[in-house]
Design a protein. Structure first.
Length: 198
C-alpha cells in the first residue's frame, strides 16, 4: 500500500510519458518547436521575452510616444518570426530579439524624419551634485533627442559596447561615443537645472 508517500511508484503511471510544459523549455527548444509548427511554443517565447523588449522600446521611444510602443513591439515580433529560421543561437535569444527591437525603433525614427542631428555643447557637472532619482532620470531621458536617447539607453542602461551600438544602428563607433558624450552633458544639465523647467 502506498499510503501518503508521494515518492512511491504508482503502477498506473508506469507507461505514461510526461512531456515538459512549454514554460519549462529552453529558448532553443521553444524555437525548434515553433519552427515545427507549435503555436504554444511561440506564445511561451512571447510571454517570456515581451516584458523586457517592451521596457527597452519604451525607453528608446521616449515620452510622448506611448501610443507607438505596441506597434514597435508587434513589428519586432513579426520581424523576429520572419527571421527566426536564420537565428543561429550565437547570441542569447533575448539579445537577438532586443537587437531587432532597436533596429525597428530606429527605423521608425528614420521613416518619420525624427533622427536628429542637433548638437549640444559639453557642460561640466557642478561639483557636489547629488544623484538624481530614477524618476528624474527617466524624465530627463525622455527630453533627449531620439538619436541621443537611443545611444544612452543602449550603452548605459542595456550595457551595449560602442562597437555593438555602431553595428546595430549603422553608425561609426566614434559617432556613438560622441553622441553619448553629448547626451550625458544634456542629461547633467537637465538633472542639475531640474527636468520640470525644460
Amino acid at each position: 500500500m502506498h499510503g501518503c508517500n508521494p515518492f512511491a511508484r504508482s503502477p498506473h503511471l508506469d507507461d505514461v510519458t510526461l512531456h515538459p510544459r512549454p514554460s519549462d523549455l529552453s529558448d532553443a527548444a521553444l524555437i525548434s518547436r515553433f519552427l515545427g509548427g507549435d503555436e504554444r511554443a511561440f506564445r511561451t517565447l512571447y510571454v517570456r521575452h515581451t516584458p523586457r523588449l517592451r521596457m527597452v522600446v519604451v525607453r528608446l521611444l521616449g515620452a510622448g510616444r506611448g501610443d507607438q510602443v505596441d506597434d514597435v513591439v508587434q513589428e519586432t515580433w513579426l520581424a523576429a518570426c520572419r527571421g527566426l529560421h536564420r537565428y543561429a543561437g550565437d547570441a542569447k535569444f533575448a539579445s537577438w530579439l532586443t537587437t531587432i527591437g532597436i533596429r525597428t525603433t530606429y527605423a521608425r525614427f528614420a521613416r518619420s524624419g525624427e533622427v536628429e542631428t542637433e548638437l549640444f555643447d559639453e557642460l561640466p557637472a557642478p561639483a557636489g551634485a547629488g544623484p538624481a532619482s530614477v524618476i528624474d532620470l527617466e524624465r530627463a531621458l525622455s527630453h533627449l533627442p531620439d538619436h541621443q536617447r537611443v545611444v544612452v539607453v543602449l550603452h548605459d542602461v542595456e550595457g551595449f559596447t560602442h562597437e555593438e551600438i555602431a553595428r546595430h544602428l549603422g553608425i561609426a563607433t566614434g559617432t556613438s561615443k560622441a553622441t553619448l558624450s553629448r547626451a550625458r552633458a544634456v542629461l547633467r544639465r537637465l538633472l542639475n537645472d531640474g527636468v520640470s523647467h525644460v
